[in-house]
Design a protein. Sequence first.
Length: 272
Amino acid sequence: MHADLPLFVLALAGAGLFAGLIGGLFGVGGGIVIVPALYHVMGVLGVDDDVRSHVAVATSLSTIMATAWRSLSTHAKAGAVDFEVLKSWTPWIALGALAGAIIAGFVDGEVLLLVFGGGLMLIAANMAFGRDTWRVAQGMPTGVGRGAIAIVIGALSAMMGIGGGAFGVTVMTLCGRPIHQAVATASGFGAAIAVPAALANVATGWNAPGLPPLSAGYVNLPGFVIVALLTSLTAPIGARLAHRLDRIRLKQFFAAFLAVTAANILGEALSP
């Protein structure tokens, strides 16, 4: 492991820079880049297969704490955040994230790969074929509907190691919110997911065998420090670009990249 440390650090740095930019630009959370990057790098470096998917997901969640706050702050300065939605949805999202992280801590690594790969394929399809003009309602759900949807967003995101933007943006745009407001507001879901989910992963993985060096439970501390630092630097750049660019063609290319990544992850999970 020590001989390959420069490769590990370089891979973390590249993933962090790219993930922050993507998280701010598309509101999908840098986890969709960080999780597969960490998973494959740890595999090359010989980390036990039984824990590397857990470590990749948990470490990604820990880094989202930094990315989400920086991205939300930048969007808020642009006046694009709906704080009423943020305040009413985040308690339920946090509850779902806690439940999802606890479940993730006790299932096999292959299950996490299936959840991540399947969820990523849905995100890729939505980015490629979804339209900002599609609507299923003219307002955000309230009451039981709001709680149920928010809990599902939190649980799935925690099990995938991503921020809530990927699912949150879809829900908000389908409920009549402008895309820029949806991206800005959903960036705040990340903190509600990352904090309880990361802490739960520390607890459930505390005595797990085969963890990489310098890990607190399933959270790898070098991964957290390096990736969190670099994502926090590039997330505001992505958030500013989100308000300036025509992103349709870029989204299509990125959707293709996500689909290939998802197929690779699913192949890993299903291989004997």
